[in-house]
Design a protein around this ligand. Structure first.
Ligand code: ADP
Length: 887
């Protein structure tokens, strides 16, 4: 039996190291894939699958890509959820004894890309890690491109999903059981990360030595484990020092406003629900940042609104100062325009893949820093002054680069011409040797023409023969005796060299070779010198990003007429003329209708909003949540004035059809969310329930809705906005003192219904659902039929109600009777029971329950025949009056 050839043996042993990654095996100018990898890659990349000998199999499946275009193929595989291990030749093939030594130099994974299109400018690319210990659970997330590393602990594993939704990592590693759990919870999410299980057997050494003692000692057991696994995975895939991950940013989840994934998605904080685009989200509206670092920081702020007053007030103070000073804002913006992505530049410098242009970009960026500081100092803002007060502007680093590098360096360091003249003495000497030699050669042509009298004589250069003197065949007789040495013969010319030319050529080539080596060396020294300053640069980057976000918030506030919120001490919320900023922005004709909100701890903290579909209920409720979030990230808000209490959590529960998760019915999901809400909401929370209890029968739905509202009212005491199409719930304001009824005003004239989008006190009496169906363009026959059916239903319902009321009064009567005569208690019980049955029948929406009386039938008949559509409101009133009389 044939064995594998030595090269295939080498392949197989390297493939074993690559684990679950596809192995790109460098062979000359190609990366080749073999066996199963080749089959997969050829299918995914539409490459031709070939084969080659090399082992016991007839032909080993094989496919390949040219190394110079490998990047785009790798990116495509990463996009499709694969990892790619890059295996290079690590010795010069000419010097190799036997097979060239090869090694995996790095494993590219979605969460660890350092460059290319996958790395979007304004978005962090996180890899997350989930781990547990006896004590609890931990979540860690790292953006390798910027060096940020966050970690937090959670008491329950299901809270890990909340963190995942904050960071939306492109890759998640961790313990199998935890991954399984979050996978289930994340199912139905369009953007699924790549999951890698971390097995117990995989080596993890304490990452403690990697970080400062101060950072490490702060961490709990689970957090240490999460960070250690993450760092182990990063070094396993990157195979290099990760010096730019300098600090661990530990936080507590309750330092920020808590929102579950559904709430985040539903409030469209960073992307829209439907298209999942930034456009149309709160982030889109607020993003007037100039730098990519600022854009990323703004996104982080929106994902994590603060709950501590101090830092929010600081942000608001800066936004106010900048809001009031258009010139200062403009100065900041123009200084920021020249600042590149410092975080990622610095990341690449440390990582060792920054080129000359990157360093020059750093230099340009640093050049803006003093101006930026000046503007901040003179802005009058205490916050900005504090920020730049502790700023190290790193001008020494700028100077190092300025002294060393030319203004416009070549793309590749190997092209030479990167280092400035005068920077390095020996380099200068070599350059002058090179220049002199070239000058001498340039003059040679003229000289030789004069010496020989051959006017067409040329001096040229090619890669194979170097410098030469070219003489056409017809002039060969004129060349000097002995001095010219024949080098190459062409069709109608001969090429020669002379000993002096050869000597100069050798000097030039030697100088050029040395120049490249020295330039590269100097460049690397410079890069390493800068890399050693990483922490200074990272903290500078953070300050710049911070200033950028503050100017962005101020710019938007000025453009969109936002106001500074007052942070309430007492938990009361009062918003005057509040608007939904995004809906307002996309309505073209400035037609957004502002609405007030008043929810005080002791008065009206529950708003029950009834009103037809399309009236603006959801928009209004979301507007309240968005305004709260904006206030707590330190932004101005879309209102005339507002007092906002610090909210610890926002829950939204929206009975939409598109939140099917994991095969559970919408109703079940709704109930589970409500469960979490009842468990977690506090007095300081904001709860938004849009259409509660839709997914079950009318009776049950209404019963649950009422019970939940009562619970929130009596037990939780949170601020609550509930919209419902059950206008029957409006009576709750009788029994719940903190509940207020509101509805969306509607203007009716003839058959026309106009939504005024104005929130007014009181309850709506009808839902206008059929009217909406009409606007939506349903056939007229359906609309008419619906109205007819509706009149029938309502007639029957009112008959039932009448019966019920009669029964209820009977009960009451008998109660009084019972009270009056304690000797007859039994009469009350059966009648009460019968009243209950009736009520249950109604709640179940079972309109045909119980035989209607003949009068009722008459009324129903009359209703059925009534041509409501063609009645004026007055005629309808009269008709109704008539019916009532009959009852
Ligand atoms: P509902 O929840 O009552 O069915 P929505 O809140 O979805 O109604 O609002 C329906 C539409 O009305 C929205 O898409 C929006 O364009 C418009 N709208 C809502 N509120 C306002 C408002 N305050 N001013 C102007 N238009 C609004």
């Amino acid at each position: 039996m044939t064995k594998y050839t030595p090269m295939m043996q080498q392949y197989l042993s390297i493939k074993a190291e690559a684990g679950d990654a596809l192995l790109f095996f460098r062979l000359g100018d190609f990366y080749e894939m073999f066996f199963e990898d080749a089959i997969v890659a050829s299918r995914e990349l539409e490459l031709t699958l070939t084969g080659r000998g090399g082992g016991p199999e007839e032909r080993i499946p094989m496919c390949g890509v040219p190394y110079h275009s490998a990047e785009s193929y790798i990116a495509r595989l990463i996009d499709k959820g694969f990892k790619v291990a890059i295996c290079e030749q690590v010795e010069n093939p000419d010097e190799a004894k036997g097979i060239v030594r090869r090694e995996i130099v790095k494993i590219v994974t979605p969460g660890t890309v350092m460059e290319g299109k996958r790395l979007q400018e304004g978005i962090n690319n996180y890899i997350a890690c989930l781990a547990s210990s006896g004590e609890g659970f931990a979540f860690a997330a790292c953006d390798l491109s910027t060096g940020e590393l966050y970690v937090t602990a959670t008491e329950a594993s299901n809270l890990l999903v909340d963190e995942l939704s904050v960071y939306s990592p492109s890759e998640v590693i961790g313990e199998e059981a935890l991954l399984d759990e979050v996978k289930t919870a994340l199912r139905g999410n369009a953007k699924n990360p790549l999951f890698t299980e971390w097995k117990e057997a995989d080596p993890v050494s304490d990452a403690g030595s990697f970080f400062g003692e101060e950072d490490w000692s702060e961490l709990g057991q689970a957090e240490r484990r999460a960070v250690s696994i993450l760092m182990a995975y990063l070094s396993q895939t990157q195979k290099r020092a990760l010096a730019h991950i300098t600090a661990i940013r530990r936080y507590e989840t309750n330092q920020f406003m808590i929102m579950d994934p559904f709430t985040r998605r539903n409030l469209e904080l960073v992307e829209t629900v439907r298209e999942r685009t930034k456009k149309g989200s709160l982030l889109w509206l607020l993003d007037q940042t100039v730098t990519s670092m600022g854009a990323r920081m703004l996104r982080r702020w929106i994902e994590k609104p603060l709950i501590a007053r101090g830092p929010i007030e600081e942000r608001l103070e800066a936004v106010e100062e900048l809001h009031n000073q258009v010139i200062v804002r403009e100065d900041l913006r123009s200084a920021l325009k020249e600042v590149y992505d410092l975080e990622r530049l610095v990341g690449r410098i440390c990582y060792g893949n920054a080129n000359g242009r990157d360093l020059v970009a750093l230099q340009h960026s640093l050049r803006q820093v003093p101006a930026l500081r000046e503007v901040c100092v003179h802005s009058g803002s205490a916050t900005l002054n504090k920020l730049v007060g502790k700023m190290d502007d790193c001008q020494d680093i700028r100077q190092w680069i300025e002294e060393a590098l030319v203004e416009e360096p070549p793309v590749s360091v190997r092209d030479g011409g990167l280092i400035r003249d005068g920077y390095h003495e020996y380099l200068d000497q070599l350059r002058s040797a090179d220049r002199n030699g070239k000058q001498w050669i340039a003059e040679l042509e003229q000289q030789e023409r004069e010496n020989t009298g051959i006017k067409s004589l040329k001096v040229g250069y090619n890669k194979v023969f170097g410098y030469y003197i070219e003489v056409t065949r017809s002039n060969l007789a004129s060349i000097p005796e002995g001095r010219y040495e024949r080098k190459q013969t062409l069709a109608n010319a001969e090429r020669f060299i002379t000993p002096e030319l050869k000597e100069k050529e050798a000097l030039i080539l030697e100088a050029q070779e040395k120049i490249v080596v020295i330039e590269y060396d100097l460049f690397q020294q410079l890069r390493e010198r800068i890399a050693a300053q990483i922490e200074r640069l990272q903290s500078l980057a953070e300050i710049v990003a911070n200033v950028d976000v503050l100017q962005s918030l101020a710019t938007v506030a000025a453009e969109r007429r936002f106001c500074r919120p007052v942070l309430a001490e007492d938990g009361d919320m009062t918003i005057r003329e509040g608007r939904h900023p995004v809906v307002e922005a996309v309505l073209e004709d400035h037609s957004f209708v502002a609405n007030d909100t008043g929810m005080k701890m002791e008065e009206g903290r529950i708003m029950l909003i009834t009103g037809p579909n399309m009236a603006g209920k959801s928009t209004y409720m979301r507007q309240v949540a968005i305004i709260t979030i904006m206030a707590q990230i330190g932004s101005f808000i879309p209102a005339e004035s507002a007092t906002i209490p610090l909210i610890d959590r926002i829950f939204t529960r929206i009975g939409a059809a598109d939140d099917l998760i994991g095969g559970q019915s919408t109703f079940m999901v709704e109930m589970m969310d409500i469960q979490v809400m009842t468990e977690k909401a506090t007095e300081r929370s904001l709860v938004i329930i849009d259409e509660l209890g839709r997914g079950t029968s009318t009776g049950e739905g209404m019963a649950i809705a009422q019970a939940v509202i009562e619970y929130l009212h009596n037990e939780t005491g949170c601020k609550t906005l509930v919209s419902t199409h059950f206008h029957e719930l409006a009576h709750l304001d009788d029994s719940l003192p903190h509940l207020r009824n509101y509805c969306m005003a509607v203007k009716e004239s003839g058959q026309q219904v106009t939504f005024l989008r104005k929130l007014i006190p009181g309850a709506a009496s009808t839902s206008y659902g059929i009217y909406c169906a009409k606007i939506a363009g349903l056939p007229e026959s359906i609309i008419e039929r619906s109205y007819t059916l509706l009149s029938g239903f309502e007639a029957r319902a009112s008959v039932q109600q009448a019966e019920e009321e009669a029964a209820a009064s009977a009960v009451q009567l008998s109660f009084f009777a019972a009270e009056a005569s304690a000797a007859e208690p039994k009469t009350a019980a059966p009648q009460r029971a019968s009243s209950r049955t009736n009520a249950a029948a109604k709640h179940d929406g079972d309109y045909s329950a119980g035989p209607p009386s003949s009068k009722a039938e008459q009324i129903a008949e009359q209703l059925k025949n009534a041509d409501l559509i063609n009645m004026t409101p007055l005629q309808a009133m009269n008709f109704l009056y008539e019916l009532k009389q009959k009852c």
